[in-house]
Design a protein around this ligand. Structure first.
Ligand SMILES: Cc1cc2nc3c(=O)[nH]c(=O)nc-3n(C[C@H](O)[C@H](O)[C@H](O)COP(=O)(O)OP(=O)(O)OC[C@H]3O[C@@H](n4cnc5c(N)ncnc54)[C@H](O)[C@@H]3O)c2cc1C
Length: 383
């Protein structure tokens, strides 16, 4: 390989898929990740939905046959049986553990190209902008975006959201939860415009514990809603998370919960199991296309994944878009490599087909959020 001419910031889904795709095309790059290797190895232990197109493309990229891919990354504890693999031949979503997916994508990237923070004394916080093409794949809080497009700030959607997580041992899981999940990994219940959701995050066949995450969400009631804190600091997420217990008590005062919902949305069990509770904000952003193109033209910086477009977590298809953004970008960059003139590529052209997809995703996410909350309308921005 020749000396690196592409710098990628962020080894999340978009950055890793781009790196894998460039590696396989023989295009040199460096990928910088702000987390340490240790943090990277342990984080993101939860499920995300991959659409059939994305997991087929990932399997092709990693040259892994479908059933082997499912066994490596699927959340569903029953998915390792043949029945589930057969089901995946149709148009089903595949629920994957994000940590396992990212580990798979990082596994054969050489240390010389994937640089974690605190290694080699390098810091990845300040993007290098010089002769190289820079790809900002550094997520919704993108520091590249903050620096180059400081006016592009995510909006906070008017929803109150809490998220809890717990781990249960296999006996408790079999006894308390397994009968309700069967071959599913997600349970949902709508109570008017309130949504309760329970997700499995792991595989009992691979570990002695089952991870369970759960969320509560509803549209903001009015401008004095005490649980809507769009300006809260990041570190307040845990403190405010404790208010979830009051929400649970309120729900139980007017609704008789049953099954897994009775066991999860239960303050006594939350305390007994030491669940981690967080207050979540529903951020959304779609960076202006003209601004993206200007930065591509003038500074050779391209944005992909959540750094360019992000929809609220509850209705997100962001992982799927991140995969496609990265694969399309690798193909686009490859067209420059064929002529041996990456520098002659008109970088801003990358956005023409992608931006339409991002715009459509924003519309669809909005409608999914409304459906999930009993058709509740949202203003699409902050109150
Ligand atoms: C709980 C949860 C559930 C979700 N469920 C789904 C789902 O079901 N389906 C779906 O499609 N999507 C889902 N999403 C969204 C999806 O995970 C994201 O859209 C996707 O991960 C975006 O990928 P990305 O690579 O653009 O950003 P990220 O995955 O956020 O990666 C950004 C990377 O950049 C790194 N970074 C940050 N700053 C810097 C810097 N300055 N320098 C270097 N590196 C930096 C970060 O550490 C991170 O590794 C969910 C998200 C969450 C949190």
């Amino acid at each position: 390989m020749s000396s690196p001419s592409i710098i990628i910031h962020g080894a999340g889904i978009a950055g890793l898929v781009l790196a894998q795709s460039l590696l396989r095309r023989g295009i040199s790059f460096h990928l910088y990740e702000s987390a340490s290797r240790d943090v990277f190895d342990k984080r993101h232990d939860y499920g995300i939905d991959l659409l059939p197109l994305a997991f087929r493309k990932l399997g092709d990229l990693m040259k892994i046959e479908r059933s082997a891919f499912v066994k490596r990354v699927a959340v569903n504890w029953e998915c390792e049986g043949d029945g589930c693999l057969e089901a995946l031949d149709s148009s089903h979503l595949l629920r994957v553990n994000r940590n396992k997916l990212e580990q798979l994508l990082a596994q054969d990237l050489p240390d010389s190209v994937l640089r974690f923070n605190s290694e080699n004394g390098e810091t990845t916080d300040t993007p290098t902008i010089g002769d190289e093409i820079v790809v900002a794949a550094d997520g919704v809080h993108s520091s590249v975006r903050k620096r180059l497009l400081p006016h592009s700030i995510p909006a906070i959607q008017p929803f109150t959201v809490f998220r809890g997580s717990k781990r249960v041992d296999s006996n408790s899981f079999d006894q308390d939860f397994a009968p309700y999940f069967k071959s599913q990994t997600r349970l949902e219940r709508q109570l008017g415009n309130e949504l309760l959701r329970i997700d499995l995050t792991g595989s009992l066949r691979q570990s002695k514990y089952m991870g369970i995450t759960y969320t509560y969400s509803r549209p903001v009631r009015d401008e004095n809603d005490p649980l809507f804190k769009p300006d809260r600091a990041t570190w307040d997420a845990t403190q405010l998370g404790m208010k979830f217990k009051g929400v649970v008590e309120e729900i139980r005062s007017h609704t008789k919960l049953d099954g897994a919902f009775e066991k999860i949305f239960n303050v006594e069990r939350i305390d007994r199991d030491g669940d981690r509770l967080l207050h979540w904000l529903m951020r959304s952003i779609l960076v202006d296309k003209a601004e993206l193109k200007k930065v591509a033209r003038e500074q050779k910086v391209l944005f992909i994944g959540d750094a360019a477009h992000h929809q609220p977590i509850l209705a997100s298809r962001g992982a799927n878009l991140a995969v496609e953004d990265a694969l399309d970008l690798a193909e686009f960059l490859d067209s420059g490599k064929m002529t041996h003139r990456l520098d002659e590529l008109t970088l801003e052209d990358y956005y023409d087909p992608r931006f339409d997809v991002w715009t459509q995703d924003r519309r669809e996410a909005q409608s999914r959020i409304e459906q999930l909350h009993g058709g509740a309308a949202s203003s699409g921005g902050s109150l």
